[in-house]
Design a protein around this ligand. Structure first.
Ligand code: SF4
Ligand code: SF4
Length: 350
């Protein structure tokens, strides 16, 4: 063991993956989204109840994503239930995020918007989204949110297609009025597994792409590669579209900590052994530079499990911990686990 992570009694913030419905058809959608709602997704009233319970348990921030949250029936009412009691962030691709929708989001009290771009131009973005016209709608969404007074982050996942365009995406973000750009890793989740060989970059190529990124003055940059490789499990909480507690959306294919509609999240957080283990910072190896900047140890547990099959393994996206792991090779499918004793999630939910 290297060191421990900070310890919290309860999660201060949570990610709500409120639907796996989306009008787009992105070729690397982690949620494997469909145009129609999937069976078993929580409905509006269940989300409102959950949010009330989470606020009562001390959660003060909700990061709402999907799927496309704006496609969720009753989304505005769900958001309306959260804004009086939590800081809210909305991750969207911006389809249908018109001036009027942005105004309504502002009136409800949305704290921040995060809009995904899969390229700096329509050809690159629309190809990845599988939908003509989606680039223009994402651009309009940023403009409309900014005009409504909502601060915006532009997000982009680093792939073979976005790497050559990183600086252009940053310039676009700045020109549209965004305040920050977040560059995210490509994870072997959902449909991304089907296009891994087409989109995944080697460790060196990722490092070179980040080094080449030129951000316009005034645009903030968020990225989680060395020396910013954090193990944010220590403060992570998430509920998927079906009400299952999964800790983090990047763990969506690997864990199932229980039904958050039946058991208070707070109790799941405190009692599930695997969840506790992931938060502990109990890892085989840490990068001292990243630990110093982030105050946490070992980097991402999802990436560690995906590539090495061990929860305690080094994060292969960290330059100092990669040790020759070929990130362009699709890792095997890993079992979904419920607790540290290796109980299979299928046994619990079947
Ligand atoms: S916009 Fe997001 S949720 Fe929709 S298909 Fe693309 S990746 Fe999936
Ligand atoms: S799985 Fe990775 S991204 Fe998710 S909370 Fe843990 S360290 Fe952070």
């Amino acid at each position: 063991m290297i060191a421990s992570n900070p310890v919290l009694e309860s999660p201060p913030k949570i990610t709500l993956g409120i639907t796996e419905t989306c009008p787009l058809r992105c070729n690397y959608c982690y949620a494997d989204c469909a145009h129609a709602p999937k069976q078993g997704e929580l409905h509006e009233a269940q989300w409102v109840d959950l949010i009330k319970g989470l606020a009562d348990q001390g959660v003060i921030q909700a990061y709402i994503e999907g799927g496309e949250p704006l496609a969720k029936p009753g989304f505005m009412n769900i958001l309306r239930s959260a804004t009086p009691v939590m800081m809210t962030l909305l991750r969207t691709h911006g389809i249908g995020l018109t001036h009027d929708v942005a105004r309504e989001l502002a009136d409800i009290g949305l704290g921040r918007g995060l809009v995904d771009f899969m390229g700096a131009d329509a050809a690159t973005h629309d190809y990845a989204a599988g939908t003509a016209g989606s680039f223009e709608q994402s651009c309009a969404a940023v403009r409309n949110l900014v005009a409504a007074g909502i601060p915006v982050d532009v997000l982009t996942i680093l792939t073979t297609r976005t790497a050559p365009q990183l600086s252009a995406i940053a310039k676009l973000a700045s020109d549209l009025g965004a305040s920050r750009i977040g560059v995210l890793r490509l994870y072997p989740l959902g449909r991304a597994r089907h296009v891994w060989s087409e989109l995944a970059l080697s460790m060196n190529a990722q490092t070179a792409a980040l080094a080449s990124l030129q951000c316009p003055s005034g645009l903030g940059l968020m990225q989680s590669w060395h020396p910013n490789d954090h193990n944010c499990c220590w403060q992570a909480a998430a509920i998927n579209a079906f009400g299952r507690a999964i800790g983090c959306m990047y763990l969506r294919d690997y864990v199932d900590f229980g039904d958050a509609t039946e058991t208070p999240y707070y109790d799941i957080y405190r009692t599930n052994p695997l969840y506790q283990e992931l938060r502990s910072g109990n890892v085989e190896e840490s990068c001292s530079s990243c630990s110093a900047t982030q105050g946490s140890h070992g980097g991402c547990r999802s990436a560690a499990y995906a590539f090495h099959g061990r929860w305690t393994a080094p994060d292969p996206f960290d330059l100092g911990l990669n040790r020759g792991t070929d990130l362009t090779q699709l890792p095997p499918v890993r079992p979904r686990v419920s607790n540290q004793e290796g109980e299979n999630a299928h046994d619990l939910v079947a």
